[in-house]
Design a protein around this ligand. Structure first.
Ligand code: HEM
Length: 540
């Protein structure tokens, strides 16, 4: 080897005098000896370090792993498994590794201490591919710069206090529509299907905020508007059904080509209808944009997202595109309407099962508002018992009992275990809400707990790991303020304007509380009720 030409030689010899070379050599020898001394200690320490393992796990079957343990209501089944395997345990769902946590302390470890590692989502599920534009929308996108950008736009542009205040009129008008529609049925002595009514309200509020259109209860609409509304209702019904459906191919990928039950085929067909529908909406918005700048107060969420897309730096490597926008629109519909409707339905079920609580809420509303005007959104902060009822509903009936599953991007050490990258995380907020370690008399619906005593300071905003209906941290719900307001305002209006009762022959303890299955957990059976107008009903 020609030593003088080697890199090491160049570093050592170039520009140095002979005596510098000597002192350099001495330094190298000292470094070498020191390394020889230290290296064995480092190696020994590494070898002595306990090898971390996965959290405990129930016995698994080949191929399916623990899939058979999930049952019809996974949040119940995995809460039961926790009784044997503790607050953190691992599962293998087919080929998908998963971790389940069921205490506030563990929720904090994952969603606060190690939040960044667990802020991603899976990109393997078939429904996310077809129905969420290959996981490009805010709710199902993995933890990438594009998602971070979408999230930033959401918090700094879409869900600001200013925008919430500007859309107050929309919610007020829609609330009046809902109460009038209920009165219409009540006057004809028809039972009220609460879900139908509330769903029309929440869907109209969200679609008006997202794309400045209402699709439900279109009384004075043209034939074209009516047909679009009908199309929207059908598409969203299929979307909600198929998005939450269990797909065996998500867990055992070699079964995917068989498309058992033809679900993938249905998703493919729905994707086409969805795309055509969303393209029409986006085209309308582009035509409006082309006519000139739109005043800030007149911009809906799609206008804001299109502005952001058109104003991007062309050299930006992680640009937002039309798929990100379409997918995010769908996420807003799915995230915003169902969740609030489910919560309101559960709250009303509890109020009908507990007449003294209903009476106390009515008294609070009458004391603040009286019977000679309608409820306003701005009344909500002055109704502490209403807020306590909402918290108690979220505690016992979280709309998303396992949040939206997170996924890890790196290996993570938690509670003495080592969990590999690519693991799915289920935080069982349903089990936390019903845990006797976290709550006194956990199965009792008792809003008083949030009025006085140690739980009075607990809120739902993500700082109290005992109560996380909106999740928390990087992936926490960006629509929390809107969701909370929708639930509280609607409950207030329903109870203030109407007297509710169960159908003849049914007692409070007969109210069926069976849950339906899915990622979100609504009532299994419709809540059909009698309603009679109170004096304030005339103001709607
Ligand atoms: C009572 C009403 C609501 C409840 C209970 C609720 C609950 C949740 C939960 C549990 C998550 C998942 C958090 C996690 O993965 O850690 C979530 C995410 C999300 N929610 Fe909500 N939500 C509600 C209302 C809304 C509304 C009104 C909107 C918008 C119109 C909305 C939009 C979203 C979006 C876009 C995400 C995904 C965020 C992300 O992955 O970065 N939600 N919500």
């Amino acid at each position: 080897m020609d030593f003088a030409k080697s890199t090491v030689a160049r570093i050592s010899f170039e520009g140095l005098k002979p005596e510098d070379g000597l002192s350099n050599q001495r330094v190298e020898i000292i470094v070498f000896l020191a390394a020889m001394f230290i290296l064995p200690f480092v190696l020994l320490k590494l070898m002595r370090r306990p090898k971390l393992k996965l959290p405990p796990s129930p016995p698994a079957y080949p191929i399916i792993g623990h899939l058979h343990l999930l049952g019809k209501l996974p949040h119940h089944s995995i809460a039961n498994i926790a009784k044997t395997y503790g607050e953190i345990y691992s599962l293998r769902l087919g080929s998908v590794p998963a971790i389940v946590v069921t205490t506030p302390e563990m929720a904090k470890e994952f969603l606060l201490t190690h939040d960044k590692i667990w802020a991603s989502r899976t990109v393997r599920d078939v429904s996310g591919y077809y129905l969420s534009y290959n996981h490009t929308g805010i709710a199902f996108a993995p933890f990438t710069p594009v998602w971070r950008n979408l999230r930033k736009i959401c918090t700094s542009e879409l869900f600001t206090q200013k925008r919430m205040e500007a859309s107050q009129g929309v919610r007020d008008v829609e609330m009046q529509c809902m109460i009038r529609s209920i009165l219409n049925d009540a006057n004809q002595r028809r039972l009220i299907d609460l879900k139908l009514e509330v769903n029309a309200l929440t869907a109209n509020v969200v679609t008006r905020m997202v794309l400045n259109k209402r699709f439900m209860r279109c009384v004075d609409s043209t034939a074209e508007e009516e047909s679009r509304a009908q199309q929207f209702k059908e598409i969203m019904k299929d979307h909600f059904t198929l998005q939450g459906i269990f797909m065996i191919g998500d867990y055992i990928p070699w079964l995917r080509p068989l498309d058992l039950g033809g679900k993938e085929k249905r998703m493919k067909a729905l994707r086409k209808r969805l795309d055509a529908f969303l393209n029409e909406i986006l085209d309308d918005h582009e035509v409006k944009r082309a006519k000139g700048p739109i005043a800030e107060e007149d911009q809906d969420m799609i206008d804001v997202l299109l502005n952001e897309m058109h104003q991007q730096d062309p050299n930006e490597p992680h640009k937002m595109d039309l798929n990100n926008i379409k997918s995010t629109i769908l996420n807003m519909f799915a995230g915003g309407t169902d969740t609030a409707t489910i919560t309101i339905e559960w709250a009303m079920s509890e109020l009908l099962r507990n007449p003294p609580i209903m009476a106390k809420l009515k008294a609070e509303l009458d004391a603040l508002i009286g019977q000679d005007r309608r409820v306003r959104e701005t009344d909500v902060p002055n109704l502490p018992y209403l807020q306590a009822i909402t918290k108690e509903t979220f505690r016992l009936h979280p709309a998303g009992p396992l949040l939206v599953p997170h996924e890890s991007t790196h290996d993570c050490e938690v509670a003495g275990y080592r969990i590999p990258a690519g693991t799915r995380l289920f935080v069982n907020i349903y089990a936390i809400g019903r845990s006797s370690k976290a709550w006194d008399r956990p199965l009792e619906f008792d809003p008083e707990r949030f009025m006085t005593g140690p739980d009075a300071s607990v809120d739902t905003k993500g700082k109290h790991y005992r109560l996380l209906p909106f999740g928390t941290g990087r992936r926490g719900c960006p629509g929390m303020s809107l969701g909370l307001l929708l639930v509280q305002f609607t409950l207030a209006a329903l109870v203030h304007a109407l007297d509710w009762s169960l159908p003849p022959g049914m007692d409070p303890e007969d109210v069926d509380m069976t849950e339906a299955c899915g990622l979100k957990v609504p009532r299994e059976h419709a809540l059909s009720l009698n309603a009679k107008p109170r004096a304030a009903a005339q103001f709607y």
